[in-house]
Ligand binder design. Structure first.
Ligand code: ATP
Ligand code: MG
Length: 401
């Protein structure tokens, strides 16, 4: 008998639960969609460039989905408009793999023309981008997703929206819609970039449990067979995701994984237990993925945070983490590094989502400083760390000291 005796009493159309499935409507984002629409309206009103717009919010908040949904409606409206007669080109580009404005410009030219100017001087590649844009429609909208990866090297975000004012473009307008999930990114932008890019600023706040419930409800109707879910499955998946990051992506993942667990059990019904198991599994996989590539110093820093977490001394200042860290280095007989470098390791751990970075305002004289705490589940993190081939064994006795 084949291993693949799969009966499918759970899913009606599983692809609806895939990451790239674009929802037909996002009623929970009405306010944000109205704001983006407002930024685009100069095109439909007068045939001129839309406002440069900066969209930000944590991961899984529907930023990319909203833009995709809205731009489809927008380009259709422009084509059908009797009011204005302009051509609009939309260039959708994710900067996730780029670390500088230079590579973004090269990749944009490559995306549009099929030729990559990489290697040429910066001035030249910008010129290539401008001459490429001049060949395009009247208005070119660049949707630059995940722009935070370019960090402080933000020239593109200033130059592109200013290209016409600075005389680099004559016949076309270029506008930028920048999307970021790094809350602090805006603060890192140079003042002139901020001024130019952030004509409109749109913040996507984390979804609440009721909002996640309605998002899941709409998916379920398409993805699952009728009566495949027991009553509390949607509220539970929504509540678990809301307690954590308020991410729709996470809520959908819980539901999908719960469906898969039910299906492989041979069950006809997805139960609350499937959702709880799904959450644990996904959390564990995320921690495993984060921990896989940690260096010894990353691991020692993380163990220091775990130890403070066990004692309830979190969120902790860098100095407190450092003090714990040096104690641990002594216990395991590892070389310790300077506090400044431990702070870098803390930031790296925050980037991969294992710890949280809380900005703390210590009043007029103290300025701001950071405090650190664990972002993942304590028990699971210790378990995963102990099972991973890191160089520190027996973490439990160390952190319980
Ligand atoms: N209001 C909503 N209605 C239906 N589906 C939604 C809604 N918001 C988000 N989603 C879905 O949740 C998932 C994550 O959304 P999306 O990719 O747009 O998040 P994001 O804010 O761009 O996150 P990131 O910053 O990680 O890129 C997608 O599958 C998307 O379709
Ligand atoms: Mg996105």
């Amino acid at each position: 008998m084949s291993r693949f005796q799969v009966s499918n009493e759970i899913f009606k159309d599983e692809s609806v639960l895939f990451e790239d499935w674009v929802p037909e409507d996002l009623p929970e984002r009405k306010r944000e969609l109205d704001a983006i629409e407002n930024a685009l309206n100069p095109v439909l009103r007068s045939g001129v460039a839309p406002h440069n717009t900066f969209i930000y919010g944590k991961t899984g908040q529907g930023k990319t989905a909203s833009i995709e949904y809205l731009l489809y409606e927008f380009t259709t409206a422009v084509e059908e408009s009797d009011e204005v007669n302009v051509g609009v080109d939309v260039i959708n580009y994710s900067c996730a793999q780029d670390t500088s404005s230079y590579t973004v410009v090269c990749n944009l030219v490559n995306k549009i023309t099929g030729h990559n100017p990489n290697g040429h001087p910066k001035k030249k590649v910008f010129e290539e981008l401008y001459s490429t844009i001049e060949e395009m429609d009247d208005i070119v909208i660049f949707v630059l997703d995940e722009i935070d990866t370019i960090g402080a090297d933000d020239e593109i975000l200033y130059e592109l929206p200013r290209a016409r004012a600075n005389g680099y473009l004559e016949d076309t307008w270029a506008s930028v819609i920048g999307i970021s999930n790094d809350f602090d990114f805006q603060g890192k932008l140079s003042p002139k970039t901020k001024d130019t890019l952030c004509e409109e600023e749109i913040h996507f706040k984390p979804y609440s449990a009721p909002q996640l419930r309605s998002i899941l409800q709409r998916r379920v109707e398409k993805a699952f067979h009728e009566d495949a879910l027991s009553e509390n499955v949607i509220p539970l998946a929504a509540a678990l995701a809301a307690q954590d990051k308020g991410s729709a992506r996470q809520a959908i993942r819980y539901l999908y994984k719960a469906g898969e667990l039910a299906s492989s059990d041979g069950s006809q019904l997805v139960t609350e237990q499937h959702v709880r198991d799904a959450e644990e599994l996904i959390e564990r996989q995320a921690i495993q993925k984060g921990i896989r590539d940690l260096t010894t110093q990353d691991t020692l820093t993380l163990v220091a945070v775990l130890s403070l977490e066990v004692d309830g001394d979190v969120p902790a200042r860098t100095r407190a983490v450092y003090s714990e860290y040096t104690d641990i280095c002594n216990v395991v007989d590892a070389d310790s590094i300077a506090m400044r470098r431990v702070r870098d390791h803390l930031q790296d751990l925050a980037m991969i989502g294992i710890i949280d970075e809380h900005e703390h305002d210590s009043g007029v004289r103290g300025g701001t400083h950071y405090r650190w705490g664990l972002a993942t589940d304590l028990g699971t993190t210790i378990e995963v760390l102990e099972q991973s081939p890191n160089r520190i064994k027996d973490i439990t006795p160390i952190i319980n000291q």
